[in-house]
Design a protein around this ligand. Structure first.
Ligand code: PEP
Ligand code: MN
Length: 338
């Protein structure tokens, strides 16, 4: 439920409502707008009649249900867009933020060379996996903590914040220690223990859409993170599983305008996993910018033919650089920068 305070309500009145909400067993979330204060009461809807009764207080204007199943993520609770600041890089603002780098960290020279190249081309965030979710247990599983150390070293040396995946609640603190953004991969989008764990942390979370999650399920997963207190969630569309076999997944670009209408959280696109072949990455990146993405996550490898994972979908640095140039007029056409 949303409790809208009278515009002349004092701080004491607000505190009074917050403690009543807590006494009813709900979690209050204070949302201070420029015009008036709103308190979202989160909890089991079965007991909502008690919250409704708060309408009789003189300092409360009205009490309304939040219609969407996700609450804190919804535009009903927050009308203005969330802008997430990652060491000065703002995600969700006018600039389309590009995250680029290899699928996996494979060694110091590889990550350093790739990081320098993507920075030079205009990327603002370096990506690279240290814990890798592989379909086969016999495939390269990632350099783990060694990979995290290399990412941190390269990040500090060249000044690009990093995003890397956390696969397991047991490793959440470890990954948190090294990274700037924690990525929850497509396969873990409904790993609710992991979502709760990262919700307790403070660093921004990049939450990929699952292989077969609906937009509503994806937003419910984001809600798990927000409800634990971490409101810095970036949603990432990365393709869904359909009957089509010509591409690795089917990149659902309609998810951008749809999701942005439903939530105030930034929404970005990963065209690399979306299509699975480097040849289509540029077209889909341009299309994603045209339809309003807040960012792109693109796999770039200095030698894709030797990559330990996802070589076929990785761009060589010069192709990535060319793409960055081509994206500029597209961004400009939709009143964004890149
Ligand atoms: C990745 O970003 O390398 C990755 C494994 O992504 P996804 O979870 O979308 O498959
Ligand atoms: Mn990958």
């Amino acid at each position: 439920m949303i409790i809208i305070m009278q515009d002349k309500a004092t701080e004491k009145d607000v505190q009074d409502v917050i403690s009543r909400v807590e006494d009813f067993g709900y979690m209050p979330k204070l949302l201070e707008g420029s015009v008036r204060t709103v308190i979202a009461a989160l909890g089991d809807a079965r007991d909502k009649a008690r919250l409704q009764a708060l309408e009789s207080l003189s300092h409360v204007e009205s009490v309304m249900p939040i219609l969407k199943p996700y609450k804190l993520c919804s535009h009903e609770v927050q009308s203005e867009k969330t802008i997430i600041d990652v060491n000065g890089v703002k995600i969700g603002g006018d600039k389309v933020v590009v995250m680029a780098g290899p699928c996996s960290v494979e060694g110091e020279e590889q990550i350093m060379k790739t990081a320098q190249a993507v920075k030079e081309a205009g990327a603002s965030i370096l990506r690279g996996g240290a814990f890798k979710p592989r379909t086969s247990p016999y495939s390269f599983q990632g350099m783990e903590e060694e990979g995290l150390k290399l990412l941190r070293k390269v990040s500090d040396a060249i000044g690009l914040p990093i995003v890397t995946e956390v696969m397991n609640p047991r490793e959440a603190d470890l990954v948190h220690e090294y990274t700037d953004i924690m990525q929850i991969g497509a396969r873990n989008v409904q790993n609710f223990s992991l979502l709760k764990e990262v919700g307790k942390l403070k660093k921004p979370i990049l939450l990929k859409r699952g292989l077969s999650t609906t937009i509503e399920e994806w937003l419910m997963s984001a809600e798990y993170i927000l409800s634990e207190g971490n409101s810095n969630v970036i949603l990432c569309e990365r393709g869904i599983r359909t009957f089509e076999k010509a591409t690795r997944n089917t990149l659902d670009l309609s998810a951008i305008p749809v999701t942005k209408e439903l939530t105030h959280l930034p929404v970005i696109v990963d065209p690399s996993h979306g299509v699975g072949y480097w040849q289509y990455v540029a077209s889909m990146s341009k299309a994603a910018v045209a339809c309003g993405t807040d960012g792109l996550m693109i796999e770039v490898h200095w030698k894709p033919e030797e990559a330990f994972s996802d070589g076929p979908q990785s761009l060589k640095p010069h192709k990535f650089s060319k793409l960055m140039q081509e994206l500029r007029p597209v961004a400009q056409a939709v009143a964004r920068t890149i």
